[in-house]
Design a protein around this ligand. Structure first.
Ligand code: GTP
Ligand code: MG
Length: 151
């Protein structure tokens, strides 16, 4: 089943939005398969955002991501990579729709509270960067037959 990497950035953690954000993924019907609170080093943040290294905001972005605790998670479900980005909303909170996480809780692009993988390849790479294989928990949730139906 498809998996994506989702992280609540230091601003989301400090603002007390962990339960709100986790709840949105949980209520949708996705399954949490890994979670940990971690303060990434700047070098780690640079690895995470390596594809943005030429952008003018790269240094500030990496300083910010490493400035405090980040809640790193892996969520599993059909179409979770793409739809997870829909739940999160547009990168710039000025453009995110109300009802999305960034639309409801963030105001500026540099403090947009949450990260989500943008495709299957990045999801695979980011999960491998943030988690050891043994930290990923495979299990069957009792709700699955109600979320997906039985064939
Ligand atoms: P992530 O889920 O965090 O990867 O965001 P995204 O995929 O919606 O956007 P992208 O990967 O292009 O950018 C990564 C992060 O860099 C964004 O979430 C923003 O926090 C930050 N960022 C992107 N564009 C800008 C910008 O123009 N200015 C500033 N200050 N930060 C930006
Ligand atoms: Mg991105």
């Amino acid at each position: 089943m498809e998996r994506t990497f989702i992280a609540i950035k230091p601003d989301g953690v400090q603002r007390g939005l962990i339960s709100e954000i986790v709840s949105r993924f949980e209520r949708k019907g996705y399954k949490l398969v890994a979670i940990k609170l971690i303060v990434p080093s700047k070098e780690f943040a640079q690895k995470h955002y390596h594809d943005l290294k030429e952008r003018p905001f790269f240094n500030g972005l990496c300083d910010f991501l490493s400035s405090g605790p980040v809640l790193a998670m892996v969520w599993e479900g059909e179409g979770v990579i793409k739809y997870g980005r829909k739940l999160i909303g547009a990168t710039d909170p000025q453009k995110s729709e109300p009802g999305t996480i960034r639309g409801d809780f963030a105001v500026v692009v540099g403090r947009n509270i949450i990260h989500g993988s943008d495709g299957p390849e990045t999801a695979k790479d980011e999960i491998a960067l943030w988690f050891e294989p043994k930290e990923l928990v495979s299990y069957t949730s009792n709700a699955e037959k109600w979320i997906y139906g039985v064939n």
